[in-house]
Write a protein that binds this ligand. Structure first.
Ligand SMILES: C[S@@+](CC[C@H](N)C(=O)[O-])C[C@H]1O[C@@H](n2cnc3c(N)ncnc32)[C@H](O)[C@@H]1O
Length: 216
């Protein structure tokens, strides 16, 4: 069940991560996410991760997928923590993180072969989600994928109580955030020439959504 504890906003703890930022949820969800990434990511090239947070996922996925270059990103205050995780992983497939703000006007993303975006769509204002799809369309080529992980609300099934509680919590914290309607996201994707190619249930009432860039 999705819980407020699993919000996955990076926190600092005195855990074994030492002085690095640390989010326990990253440890819990990284293996289920990795199993999907194995299916959807390309066999070579560069993956752009949007909103890398603590950097734990970047360090883990880049080590687990050594055939790929992993480019983490986030807002500027997060970059030093991400750098610590990537440097200490001793893994040269994890590149230096770059600053990307989805709310920036005229957003442009570095050329990549896939984009991974974990627990961002319900955090950033809807304008940021729109920017993400539009910029992804310009960044990716036909056949390449934008992978999203997080909770969604579906029109044809009850909203899970845990996600309902999570949605309320998000909106108190930031009224522009909140669990998005799956149909609205899929429509946005279609308007940017992305086809839904995968929709999988994940632990804690999350989903893995994979959108593939079409010809136009
Ligand atoms: C819930 S955390 C998820 C972090 C990480 N992907 C994870 O799953 O642990 C949301 C992340 O979105 C980032 N974020 C918030 N607003 C953003 C924006 N406008 N553009 C890019 N990233 C943003 C935050 O800095 C934070 O790292």
């Amino acid at each position: 069940m999705q819980s407020v504890q699993a919000i996955q906003v990076p926190v600092n703890t005195d855990s074994e991560s030492g002085s690095k930022p640390y989010a326990p949820a990253c440890e819990r969800n990284r293996d289920p996410i990795l199993s999907v990434l194995h299916r959807v990511l390309p066999e070579q090239g560069q993956v752009l991760e949007i909103g890398s947070g603590t950097g734990q996922h970047a360090a883990f996925f880049s080590a687990a997928l050594p055939h790929l270059q992993w480019l983490p990103s986030d807002l500027p205050p997060r970059l030093s923590g991400i750098t610590q995780w990537c440097d200490q992983s001793g893994n040269d497939k994890c590149l230096a993180p770059v600053a990307i703000d989805l709310l920036r006007a005229s957003l442009s993303l570095p050329r990549s072969d896939a984009i991974v975006c974990i627990n961002i769509v319900h955090i950033v204002a809807w304008a940021g989600v729109q920017n993400l799809f539009k910029a992804a369309r310009d960044c990716l080529s036909p056949g390449q994928v934008l992978y999203l992980y997080g909770p969604y609300r579906y029109a044809d099934r009850p909203f899970e109580p845990s996600n309902e509680e999570f949605d309320r919590w998000l909106k108190v914290r930031d009224p522009l955030s909140g669990v998005r309607d799956f149909d609205t996201v899929r429509d946005l994707a279609a308007s940017c020439a992305f086809d839904l190619s995968l929709d999988l249930p994940m632990p804690s009432n999350n989903r893995s959504l994979c959108f593939t860039c079409s010809e136009d």
